[in-house]
Design a protein around this ligand. Sequence first.
Ligand code: ZN
Length: 453
Amino acid sequence: MINLYNTLARKKQTFKPLRGKNVGIYTCGPTVYNFAHLGNLRTYIFEDILRRVLKYNSYKVKQIMNITDVEDKIIKKAQQEKKNINQITKPYAKIFLEDLKKLSIEKAEKYPLATKHIKEMIALISGLIKKGIAYKGEDGSIYFNIQKFKNYGKLSQLQKREIKIGARVSADEYNKEQAQDFVLWKTKKLNEPFWKSPFGDGRPGWHIECSAMAMKYLGKTFDIHAGGVDLIFPHHENEIAQSEAATGKKFVNYWLHGEHLLVNNEKMSKSLGNIYTLRDLEQKNFNPLAFRYLVLTSHYRSKLNFTWESLQAAQNALNNLHNEMIIINADKKSASISENQRKLAYEKQFLDAINDDLNTPKAIALVRKIVKDKNLSSNAKKSLVLKLDKALGLGLKNVKSEKIPLKIKQMADERDKLRANKQFIPADLLRKKIEELGYIVEDTAAGPKILRK
Ligand SMILES: [Zn+2]
């Protein structure tokens, strides 16, 4: 049983999918005119945990993540650089997918491009016009009349906003304090890309693309829609309005939102110069997975404060975990009954944590406890941790087990025997010899471990 915090209900609910073991997820993707910043990446890591946890619970996941390749900011950048929008979006879309891979984010089932789904968006808008919910403004653009959709505001709690009746906004992103009619189709402007439509040449607004692509690939009603908290209003509110007004059906059952990432306790902004990307981390020789580790140490619904110190601490913790995975004295004996019971108990605790609204801080703490548990053999630890890491994605299975030469192992065993007989001087000599051969012996609670120097 998985419990997830549903923004729509403002509480945790037991997850019940619509179609048996199949789960449909839509996650809002990037607007590709720049590198993704750490705040964006935090959201994608949270969504990756969501899909991994569902898969860990034996669900079959179909995740759709759109790539926004036509939008106000893209057009502005293309104009500034005297390029067409493709020349801006293509390279950034490629880099985006590379970033996801570096963070061990599993591939979504599909990454549809907005510009390849104009036909679907036009059909959706046409339906809304026919129903009298969308109208043409005096500027020639098509707007959604929020007064015509009685549930407008059910996700974002409309009463907290000023409702500006009759006012309309043509920008994709607008004042979060004001609710007003929003644009579905923007009429053609000089030097802007455009498509033909029954309601005039122009281009789609940002909100309509997600409705069109989500319903195309996941159906009129689907299980989960996720994104960052900043998307709740207006973007997700508008997605609900457009979709439900068009179909008369509930659009999404569970809405999940990840919190902001702060840098030194401040919001990332251009003026503060604290907008970091994965490249900034790599330039300082951090493993991108250290950032993933840092993200998982806080719950996705809590704000996460990023500092270079916290990243360093995460890198150290991850290194320790990786080192623990280089199991040297892997014992051959099969696991004992009590050991198996111990493993099962850990598995249950782990499942309880991740199924409780994706409690990754608890899950990570448990993994750290397991690797230190001296009542588990190395083999048992390794198989257990690798299993749990399927849900966490810390790349532990890619940690290469060192092949330690037999001679070194024998020397280490000999040293262990000497130590057991309190013959510390010859034991120490043996340790030095091992070091000369390029290995170090560490005495851990679970017995001696050999590592490459
Ligand atoms: Zn979206």
